[in-house]
Each structure stands twice: as C-alpha cells, then as structure tokens.
Design a protein around this ligand. Structure first.
Ligand code: SAM
Length: 237
C-alpha cells in the first residue's frame, strides 16, 4: 500500500477501469456502479481539475468566485435556498473549508439528495494542525489547506445515526455520506488534538481497499450501463 501525507496513492480497479485513486476516480466509480445521472459540485474553481473528468449525464457547478468556471456564480446557501429546484444522485462538496459553512452544505445537500444518492466530500482528513488551520493564506502564500471540514463531518458522526458515513483515506480524506445507519460517536471534537487522538473512530477512516470491498466492481452494473448508453444513443438519433 502506497501512503503519503494526504493518504493512499496508486492504481486501483474501479467500475470505470484502472485509475489512480483520487476524488475524481471515486466519483466516477460511484457513477458507473450505481448508474447515477445527476451531479452537483459545490466549489469548482477550474473545470479541468475535476469537473471535466466526471463522466455523468447532467452536471451543475456552483461557486461564488466570478473567476471560477461555475454554472451558478453564487454561494452554496443562495443556490440551495433560491435556485436549486431538483434532486441529485451525487453531490461533491468542495466549497468553503470552514466547519460552520460545510455543516450547512451537508444539511442542505441531504435535502436535495435522491433517496439512494451519495455525498462525497474533500479534505476530511487533515494530516497536521497546520493543514487544519482556519486561514488559507499564510504570509501571502497558499500552502495545502484542508481547513476545518473534518469538524463538520465529525459533527454528523456524533448526531446522525440515520446516515452511513466514513472517510476514505486518500486525497486528503474523501468523506462518504448516504442514508443508512451508523453507530454515533461520543468523542470530543473541539480541537485538532481531539481529532489526532481518535482519528480512526471520529472519521470512521477506511482504506481504499475497504471502500472497494463495500462497493465492488460489478459486471451486472457494467451491462446495465452499456444498455443505458445504447438506449440514450438511439433516442438521440
Ligand atoms: C478547492 S476549490 C474547488 C476545487 C474543485 N472542486 C476541484 O475538485 O478541482 C474551492 C472552491 O470553493 C469555492 N467556494 C468557497 N466558498 C463557497 C461556497 N460557500 N459555495 C460554493 N463554493 C464556494 C471557492 O471559490 C473555490 O473556487
């Protein structure tokens, strides 16, 4: 197993084929395995880094930065409260990195998530206190930053027994949330030291192999996807 400070690395076999593990590979695995058609990304910045590679029929991106390549140039709160009129199979949360806002993003995403849909979140497993700082910029530079996303994730681990939740130990910690069940935690989550003392339990941290064992590559899903592709192609002609 190849490890780096931001988690496992290496090539794995996903539903869409062999690929280097990162959040994009996890998103595409879920899309192909579960036949997901609708995708929302909160926080996009450049489309080339993830969005363009997400192979799904309908996708929407939201980002308040006018220089970002978003469909909706607005913050996630405004999008959820005033614009969003549909439900999604898959939501990728990678906008604000501050716990208070991320908590709202999870709460609002759950309201527009299809019954069997999945939320994936970036930056859930900061490797050091420095990565978990509140400010992005340090002396005019922008070193790697996970912010306090982990705290928002951990809050739902404490309070929501109706959700299935874990963090896949790759690409700065990819948080997985869907409806289901979990044993909630009682740990204190006030400081980074609390995370460090009980990281595995607080995040329900799992390996890429464990994730793939829980969502195994399926021939049935492959055949279903092929049929769907042929049908949608014939509809277009
Ligand atoms: C880390 S970047 C996104 C990277 C992208 N998702 C990717 O995978 O390449 C974070 C983006 O979130 C945006 N953002 C910050 N606060 C936000 C909010 N409240 N709602 C939506 N986007 C937000 C920022 O403007 C920034 O462009």
């Amino acid at each position: 197993m190849l490890m780096s400070k931001n988690g496992q690395k290496g090539i794995f076999r996903f539903q869409h084929g062999y690929a280097n593990v990162n959040h994009t590979a996890l998103l595409n695995h879920l899309i192909k395995l579960y036949g997901f058609c609708t995708y929302l990304e909160i926080g996009v910045r450049r489309r080339s880094s993830n969005y363009n590679s997400v192979a799904v029929e309908h996708k929407i991106v939201v980002d308040p930065d006018p220089t970002a390549e978003a469909d909706y140039v607005t913050d996630s709160d405004t999008f959820f409260h005033s614009i969003c009129d549909q439900q999604f199979d898959l939501i990728y949360i990678d906008g604000s990195h501050l716990a208070e806002q991320v908590e709202k993003d999870i709460e609002n995403s759950l309201k527009v998530l299809h019954e069997r849909g999945v939320i994936l979140m970036h930056d859930c497993n900061p490797p050091t206190k420095f990565h978990a700082r509140e400010e992005y910029e340090v002396n005019g530079t922008r070193p790697a930053w996970n912010g306090t996303v982990w705290k928002a994730f951990a809050k739902f681990r404490k309070t929501r027994s109706d959700l299935e939740m874990y963090v896949i130990d790759t690409d700065w910690g990819c948080g997985f949330i869907r409806r289901g069940s979990q044993s909630t935690i009682n740990h204190c989550i006030a400081s980074y030291e609390d995370l460090e003392n009980n990281r595995k339990e607080i995040l329900n941290l799992i390996s890429v192999e464990q994730f793939l064992a829980a969502h195994p590559v399926s021939w049935k899903a492959k055949i279903k996807t092929k049929i769907r592709e042929i049908l949608s192609r014939s509809k277009r002609h």
